[in-house]
Design a protein around this ligand. Sequence first.
Ligand SMILES: NC(=O)c1ccc[n+]([C@@H]2O[C@H](COP(=O)([O-])OP(=O)(O)OC[C@H]3O[C@@H](n4cnc5c(N)ncnc54)[C@H](O)[C@@H]3O)[C@@H](O)[C@H]2O)c1
Length: 248
Amino acid sequence: MDFKNEIAIVTGGAQGIGKEVVKGIIEGGGKVIIVDINERVAKETVDELGDAVSFYKMDLGDSDQIRITMKQIIEDFEKIDILINCGGIVSTKPFQDISQEEWNRVLSINLTGTFATCQSIYSHFIENKGGRIVNVSSVAGKIGGGLLGTSAYATSKAGVNGLTKAIAKEGGKYGIRCNAVCPSYTNTAMTNNLKENKELEAKVINMIPLGRRAEPNEIAQMILFFASNLASFVNGEIGDCDGGIVLD
Ligand SMILES: NC(=O)c1ccc[n+]([C@@H]2O[C@H](COP(=O)([O-])OP(=O)(O)OC[C@H]3O[C@@H](n4cnc5c(N)ncnc54)[C@H](O)[C@@H]3O)[C@@H](O)[C@H]2O)c1
């Protein structure tokens, strides 16, 4: 896909799905700023992918830090075209066992962090007469969890879906498109525990009509499509990339 002369911010771009998105944008001729909390892995990714990629350390759980970092990135690069929110954490405890602290942390990183990155770039996109946002959500946000993430995770991702639609609705008049992608079981570090538990993994795979997990580049393709001009009239879409679980 064509990203020539475009600059994208990818949160959580150090590894997993985010890293595949970063690769797709630079293959399309664009530049990427990775923002991530994991400095070591992010620096390895920057070294591996070369000059078109830069890195800023940022904690999605800290809204003040998000606003400062995003402002700095906009000042440093002058024009940002795309924001892709891939950063996130999972929470797998049964409802009764989730502490208030864990609930707050999951909501803060996955939902409030997404709100803060989107809001931090919104006026820049208005000034530029447009911009594209893709939020990485999850099937959990549509079906109440069930594959890996439980209630806190599902709630955070349902919130991301609502936020995506609200930004699409309000931002459309400024040329801002905002869409979300809902993956199911994908082969990344986030699902290491599931890979190790063969019995549970078999149950999860059994729920997926395609009968297998996704590779991260398969999720990245849909994210890249939403971020590209190929999707110029797609706005407010919550797209499933899940092997056929949700079917809505
Ligand atoms: N892997 C799956 O099965 C799956 C399924 C559905 C949705 N998702 C979603 O896809 C997105 C990407 O996940 P992934 O599977 O690539 O996982 P991953 O763990 O490989 O990558 C997540 C990235 O987010 C970063 N991150 C975590 N907490 C952060 C914080 N506080 N501040 C900044 N960065 C932070 C990590 O350092 C990492 O680079 C997440 O939003 C996840 O919820 C994943």
